[in-house]
Design a protein around this ligand. Structure first.
Ligand code: PTJ
Length: 249
C-alpha cells in the first residue's frame, strides 16, 4: 500500500502513516530493524498521551525553536527513524533556524549513512554532514561515537530526536545544550535534555518550524526570555502525569 492509499478517515490514520513510513524506511535501507522496535515503544506512549501535543510539549517546542535561533552553531542530528518519518520536515526546520543536518547513527553502517544522506538530499537538503566522521564523542565505544569535527563535535546546541540514552548523556558531558524529542519522559535522553520535548516527532518538528518562522525576527532578549521561562523538570513531570493519568477519548 502506498502512503496515498492510506484511509485518511481511519481513526488511527496518523499511526498507520507512521508505521507505513517506518516500514518503507527499513525496506529502503534507511531505518534499522531496531528502529521498528523503537517506533512500537514510542507509539505506546503516544497512545497514552492521546496522540496529541500536550500543553507543556507545545511550550518545549517553542523554547526549542528559540534556543536553536539563539545558537552559534546548531546541528540537527538525523538517525534512521527521523529520516524515515520526517525527512522534508527536518530539512525545513534546518532552513528555518539555519542549522546543519548531520546523520548520526547508533547502528552505524556505511550503507545506511549513504542511504540516509541521499534521502535527505532528495528531500531538499543541500549539505548533509556525518560522512566525514573525523570527530569522536568521548567515553563512547565503537561506531556510535563517530561524529563530524565540523558538525556535532563543534556544535553548541544539538537537536537529538529519538536518541539512545548513553549518547545523549555523553553529548551532555561534552557541554552541548541538548534539545531532545522523545515520547518517553522517563528516558535518560529526555532527563538529561535542557529542553525535553515529549511529543511524536511527526508533530514536534513541524511545530518547531512554525515557531521558528514566527520568531525569526525576534531579538535575542525575547528569545532568551522564552528559553528561560521553560522549566524542563516541570515539563517532564506534566508529561509523565498525562501518560499515567490521562483520560483517553
Ligand atoms: O538509526 P539508528 O541506528 O541511529 O537507531 C535509532 C534508534 C531509534 C533505533 C536508536 O537510537 C534506539 O535504539 O533508540 P531507543 O533507545 O529505542 O530510544 C528511542 C526513543 O524514542 C524511545 O524512548 C521511544 O519511546 C522514542 N520514540 C520512538 N518513536 C518516536 C519516539 N519519540 C518521538 N516520536 C516518535 N515517533
Amino acid at each position: 500500500m502506498s502512503e496515498l492509499e492510506l484511509p485518511e478517515d481511519h481513526p488511527r490514520y496518523q499511526s498507520l502513516l507512521t508505521r507505513h513510513r517506518i516500514e518503507q524506511g527499513v525496506e529502503n535501507g534507511i531505518t534499522s530493524k531496531q528502529g521498528l522496535i523503537a517506533e512500537g515503544r514510542g507509539e505506546a506512549f503516544d497512545y497514552l498521551l492521546g496522540e496529541r501535543t500536550i500543553e507543556t510539549a507545545a511550550l518545549a517546542e517553542r523554547a526549542g525553536a528559540a534556543r536553536l535561533l539563539l545558537a552559534d552553531q546548531p546541528v540537527l542530528s538525523v538517525n534512521g527513524n527521523v529520516a524515515a518519518l520526517v525527512a522534508s520536515e527536518i530539512v525545513a526546520l534546518a532552513e528555518a533556524v539555519d542549522a546543519d543536518l548531520e546523520v548520526n547513527l547508533f547502528n552505524r553502517t556505511p550503507e545506511r549513512m549513504e542511504a540516509i544522506a541521499a534521502h535527505l538530499r532528495e528531500h531538499g537538503a543541500e549539505e548533509v554532514k556525518g560522512l566525514t566522521a573525523d570527530g569522536r564523542i568521548p567515553n563512547l565505544s565503537h561506531e556510535r561515537a563517530k561524529v563530524d569535527a565540523e558538525g556535532i563535535a563543534a556544535a553548541d546546541v544539538v537537536l537529538v530526536p529519538l536518541e539512545d540514552g548513553d549518547r545523549a548523556e555523553a553529548l551532555g558531558e561534552m557541554g552541548k545544550t541538548e534539545i531532545v524529542i522523545d515520547l518517553n519522559p522517563l528516558s535518560r535522553s529526555a532527563q538529561v535534555a535542557a529542553i525535553p520535548i515529549v511529543d511524536n516527532i511527526i508533530r514536534a518538528v513541524p511545530n518547531m518550524t512554525e515557531h521558528a518562522l514566527e520568531l525569526q525576527t525576534a531579538d535575542d532578549p525575547t528569545l532568551q526570555d522564552i528559553v528561560d521561562a521553560f522549566d524542563p523538570k516541570a515539563a517532564l513531570t506534566a508529561a509523565e502525569a498525562a501518560i499515567r493519568d490521562g483520560e483517553l477519548d
